[in-house]
Design a protein around this ligand. Structure first.
Ligand SMILES: C[S@@+](CC[C@H](N)C(=O)[O-])C[C@H]1O[C@@H](n2cnc3c(N)ncnc32)[C@H](O)[C@@H]1O
Length: 217
C-alpha cells in the first residue's frame, strides 16, 4: 500500500535552522527518534532489507547532512529513511521539514517516521516506484537524493531499478549513499555513474563512508 501523509504541528527542536549541528551536542530528541529496538526487530525479520543491525550513528548522519545540496526552492528525498535519524540531521542542518520527502517500505517504520518527524512528507511505499510516489511539483525539483536502502546487497538489475527511479525524479543530480564497504558499494562503471567518497567516519558501527554517485556526462 502506498500512503502519503504530512505530519502535524512542528516541534521547535525539529525546526532549528542552520549551523547548530555539533557532534558534541547531546540531543535527547535524536535518542527518541533512533529506536534501536525497532531497528533490531526489523533486522531480525528481514536482514537484507535493513542492511545493518543498528541505526546510523550521529557522526554518520552529520556527515550525510553536510553533503546535502539544494537551492531554497528545491526538495530533498530520502529513500529507506528507517528510524529517521538521517532526516533529523538534515532538518537540524537547516532543511525545512516541508522540503523533505522520505520513503519507507515498512509500515511500522513509516508510522514511526510520521510520529517523530512532524511536518515531513512521509511516504509509505517502495522506493523503486519513486516517480509514481512523489507529487508532480517535486519531480525534477530535487537538489539531493539520499539512498539509505542497502544497494550493495542487491543484484545489478535490482540496483538499477533504484538508480533509474532516483534519476527519473532528479535527472542528472545523482545521489548520496552510505555504506560500510571499504571500496565503492556499487559497481559504478557498470551503472554509468561516477563515484566520489565524500566522507568517512570510524564513529559508526561498522565504520562508514558517504559516497556521491553522479551520472556520467
Ligand atoms: C539501512 S536501513 C536505514 C537506516 C537509517 N539511516 C537509520 O539509521 O535508521 C534501510 C532502510 O531501507 C528500507 N527499505 C528497504 N528496501 C526499501 C524499498 N524498496 N523502498 C523503501 N524503503 C526500503 C528498510 O525498511 C530500512 O528502513
Amino acid at each position: 500500500m502506498t500512503h502519503v501523509m504530512k505530519s502535524g504541528a512542528l516541534q521547535s527542536d525539529l525546526h532549528r535552522k542552520e549551523g547548530n549541528s555539533s557532534e558534541s551536542a547531546v540531543d535527547g530528541n535524536r535518542r527518541r527518534i533512533s529506536n534501536p529496538l525497532m531497528f533490531l526487530r526489523r533486522w531480525a525479520a528481514n536482514p537484507l532489507q535493513m542492511g545493518s543491525i543498528i541505526p546510523s550513528s550521529q557522526a554518520l548522519c552529520l556527515r550525510i547532512a553536510r553533503q546535502m545540496r539544494r537551492t531554497s526552492d528545491q526538495y530533498v528525498v530520502e529513500l529507506g529513511a528507517g528510524t529517521g535519524v538521517v532526516s533529523k540531521a538534515m532538518l537540524d542542518a537547516g532543511l525545512p521539514p516541508e522540503k523533505l520527502y522520505v520513503v519507507e517500505i515498512v509500515p511500522d517504520m513509516a508510522k514511526h517516521l510520521r510520529d517523530v518527524l512532524p511536518g515531513v512528507n512521509v511516504i509509505e511505499g517502495d522506493a523503486r516506484d519513486l516517480a509514481q510516489l512523489l507529487p508532480e511539483h517535486v519531480r525534477g525539483n530535487v537538489g539531493t537524493v539520499v539512498c539509505g536502502v542497502p544497494l550493495v546487497l542487491l543484484p545489478l538489475a535490482e540496483q538499477k531499478k533504484f538508480i533509474d527511479a532516483m534519476d527519473a525524479v532528479a535527472p542528472g543530480v545523482g545521489f548520496l549513499h552510505f555504506s560500510y564497504c571499504i571500496t565503492s558499494p556499487l559497481p559504478y562503471q557498470k551503472h554509468h555513474l561516477t563515484a566520489k567518497r565524500e566522507e568517512w567516519t570510524p564513529r559508526n558501527f561498522p565504520p562508514a563512508s558517504v559516497w556521491r554517485y553522479t551520472p556520467e556526462k
